[in-house]
Design a protein around this ligand. Structure first.
Ligand SMILES: Nc1ncnc2c1ncn2[C@@H]1O[C@H](COP(=O)(O)OP(=O)(O)OP(=O)(O)O)[C@@H](O)[C@H]1O
Length: 358
């Protein structure tokens, strides 16, 4: 009865806590073997969604399907899924081997077979085989993460869910484990559903990313598309530093608003007459213009701040309409004595993206 072949499907999933609606009718299709990441700010509903998917909580309405089985009413222990928790929940008094074998023991597999599988999983997670007899309390934070992953894989789940598994780790270890997770995904071919509030983490690892805001998905797409063609102000701003100009098209498709001047040879926008939108341009695509005429769009302002960002310099320019525009330059293209200078900023229409209807 379902129209798609995806592994996991959500249809109009609503979750309410009393009068508060945490999820407003979410639709989602996750394909077999995908690394799918849900990103969103704190409180946007990510953990609520995961809890519904693994069966730790019940939907208020809507449907969850795993292949051709509806599972939203299925108890957690009967769902063929698995979760890697934020806090690891390993058994600290047991050895690494005993932890990894735990799911196999539950399934009453023979000791020899369990050990063989645990050793295979140690190899897969690139942990030395002699860790089999090591106690969890003697393992480092990163090693514990790997043991937890090995244990999750021992369950042999249809889908692995990750709820911010790296958030408690320091920067370098996080970077290492991000790469390892991506690699592990490739080697196992499993479906990974990953939750994070770190966009950077999502971009490094995922096949597709869903951006969640206040209980709805604002955009679901591959990372490049979300970066270069966000569908809303929220997504654009979530993706990092951007400049957004409120504009309206006139009868010729020429954009007006926010103090922008449109050059005579500027290609017409694809907005129709009277339509409004947000014109997006990234700080690295904004130039300090010497002559207005050379750029498709120009805007006048004054440099109010300058920040050194390692190899790059960021300038904040306040425009005549009171908007702050960010400009980024490589250190060697630095603007001398920038602060306080009146400047004209320019950018090409090729470097812009239009968020329609905003
Ligand atoms: N049991 C509950 N009772 C009432 N409200 C809840 C409950 N669980 C979650 N909420 C509310 O639902 C909203 C979504 O919470 P959720 O934990 O899913 O957010 P999140 O995106 O995972 O946030 P974080 O990144 O901080 O973990 C929040 O406003 C939260 O206060």
């Amino acid at each position: 009865m379902m129209e798609s072949n995806s592994l996991l499907r959500l249809r109009n999933v609503v979750k309410q806590f009393g009068s508060f609606t945490a999820l407003h009718g979410v639709d989602l299709d996750i394909e077999e073997g995908e690394f799918f990441t849900i990103v969103g700010p704190s409180g946007s509903g990510k953990s609520t969604l995961i809890r519904l998917l693994v069966g730790m909580d019940e939907v208020t309405s809507g449907e969850i399907w795993l292949r051709d089985k509806r599972i939203d009413q299925t108890p957690a222990n009967l769902r063929p899924t698995c979760m890697v928790f934020q806090s690891l929940a390993l058994f600290p008094h047991m050895t690494v081997g005993q932890n990894i074998e735990f799911p196999l023991k539950l399934r009453k597999e023979a000791p020899g077979k369990r050990r063989a599988r645990a050793l295979e999983l140690l190899d897969l997670l690139r942990l030395p085989r002699d860790y089999y007899d090591k106690r969890i309390s003697q393992c480092s934070g990163g090693e514990r993460q790997r043991v937890a992953l090995a244990r999750a894989l021992a369950f042999d789940p249809e889908i692995l869910f990750f709820d911010e598994p790296l958030s408690a780790l320091d920067y370098r270890l996080r970077k290492t484990l991000e790469k390892e997770l991506k690699d592990l995904h490739a080697r196992t071919g499993k479906t990974f559903v990953y939750i994070t509030h770190s966009l950077e983490e999502a971009m490094v690892m995922s096949d597709r990313i869903a951006i969640m805001n206040a209980g709805v998905f604002e955009q679901i797409s591959v990372a490049d598309e979300i970066y270069s063609a966000p569908v809303s102000r929220f997504v654009a701003e979530f993706m990092g530093e951007v400049n957004l100009f409120d504009v309206t098209a006139d009868a010729n498709g020429t954009l007006n608003g926010s103090g922008l001047t449109t050059g005579t040879d500027t290609p017409p926008s694809d907005l129709s007459a009277g339509e409004t939108g947000l014109l997006m341009v990234r700080p690295e695509d904004v130039q300090f213009a010497r002559e207005d005429g050379r750029h498709h769009y120009t805007i006048a302002g004054q440099v109010v701040a300058e920040y050194a960002l390692g190899s790059r310099i960021q300038y904040e320019v306040e425009t005549e309409t009171g908007q702050t525009v960010s400009v980024e330059k490589l250190r060697e293209h630095r603007l001398p004595d920038a602060e306080g200078q009146s400047v004209i900023l320019g950018f090409s229409s090729d470097a812009t993206h239009m968020i329609r209807g905003a």
